[in-house]
Design a protein around this ligand. Structure first.
Ligand code: PEP
Ligand code: MN
Length: 333
């Protein structure tokens, strides 16, 4: 349920109403807009008489959020969520570039790529240490050693790092990771989502291969309902009947998610397309349709990459793309 307060309501009046709502065993999420304050009520809202609440002098309106996703709902919080990590910000008019290899392979590789993407203007370094591979015979990632190497690259460049978690038992290894990624295959691993909801780290949640936007937002809700409000949604392509590209990039998801939710929305054109030549046009299209960021795979030696070489840009290709994305971004904001 949401309660919109009238313009000019004093802080003392807001505090008074909040303590009354809390005495009804509700959690209250406060969202201050330019012209109004919205109180999002979480819990058993059956404890509150909507008529009574709506009749108070300071209350403009009381509404039930009819969608099953509540805390990530735009109605619940009209302003965009902004995720801040060091100097980087995602959402609310801030655009971020996340770049790096599919997998961390060696110290030389990750540091070389980190330095190159930083020079091209990337805000975050990505790299998988725990890899969800389709085949058990393929490279599975370096695990804990991969995270150690990412932290070395962070030390060398100052770039915050993004890396995927597959099993909650590995959470301790993520203590110094800046953004924890939940991959497409784990989007509905609800136990994992709930545990990540108890952490204070931003979570980059990727859309599942065959999941609707409602299911995607319900997964964000799993994280938020445990207390962690810092969720970044990532569209990474879905399965359709076409097989030319690795997946079909659903760019409609960007404006649609922005309408439904206040969470930042980024796009991964690498996993969406699987082909180097398709990545720049789709990355630019993502910027043009309002994405709050892009995540692109970059490798210093794609031909010898242990994972996803066919969709990894070389550093100079990324630098060129970054320049073009900046131009498009400037043109649309
Ligand atoms: C990745 O980003 O490394 C990855 C495995 O992507 P996805 O979960 O989207 O397949
Ligand atoms: Mn990959």
């Amino acid at each position: 349920m949401i309660t919109v307060l009238k313009k000019g309501t004093s802080q003392a009046q807001i505090d008074h109403l909040i303590s009354w709502l809390r005495s009804r065993n509700l959690d209250v999420h406060i969202s201050h807009g330019e012209n109004y304050t919205v109180l999002g009520l979480i819990g058993n809202t059956g404890n509150v008489d909507m008529e009574l609440l709506g009749s108070l002098d300071i209350v403009e309106s009381v509404k039930r959020v009819t969608e099953p996703f509540k805390q990530c709902n735009r109605q619940f919080q009209p302003e965009d969520t902004v995720i801040t990590v060091g100097k980087a910000k995602i959402g609310g008019g801030n655009f971020a570039m996340i770049a790096g290899p599919c997998s961390v392979e060696t110290e030389e590789q990750i540091i070389e790529v980190a330095e190159a993407v930083k020079a091209a203007g990337a805000d975050f370094l990505r790299g998988g240490a725990f890899k969800p591979r389709t085949s058990p015979y393929d490279f599975q990632g370096l695990g804990a050693e991969g995270i150690r190497l990412l932290l070395e690259a962070k030390k060398a460049t100052g770039l915050p790092i993004v890396t995927e978690i597959m099993n909650i038992n590995a959470l301790d290894l993520f203590a110094d990771v800046d953004v924890i990624q939940v991959g497409a295959r784990n989007m509905q691993n609800f136990d994992l989502l709930k545990e990540l909801g108890k952490t204070n780290k931003p979570i980059l949640l990727k859309r599942g291969l065959a999941n609707t936007l409602k299911e995607f937002l319900m997964s964000a809700e799993y994280i938020m309902s445990e207390g962690n409000q810092q969720v970044i949604l990532c569209e990474r392509g879905i399965r359709t009947f076409d097989t030319y590209a690795r997946n079909t990039l659903d760019l409609t998801a960007v404006p649609m998610l922005h309408e439904l939710s206040h969470l930042p929305v980024i796009v991964d054109p690498s996993h969406a397309t699987g082909k180097i030549r398709l990545i720049p046009p789709m990355a630019m299209a993502a910027v043009a349709c309002g994405a709050d960021g892009v995540m692109v795979e970059v490798h210093n030696d794609p031909i010898h990459a242990l994972c996803d070489g066919a969709q990894s840009l070389k550093p100079e290709q990324f630098a060129d793309l970054a320049k073009r994305m900046r131009i498009i971004r400037e043109a649309i904001v």
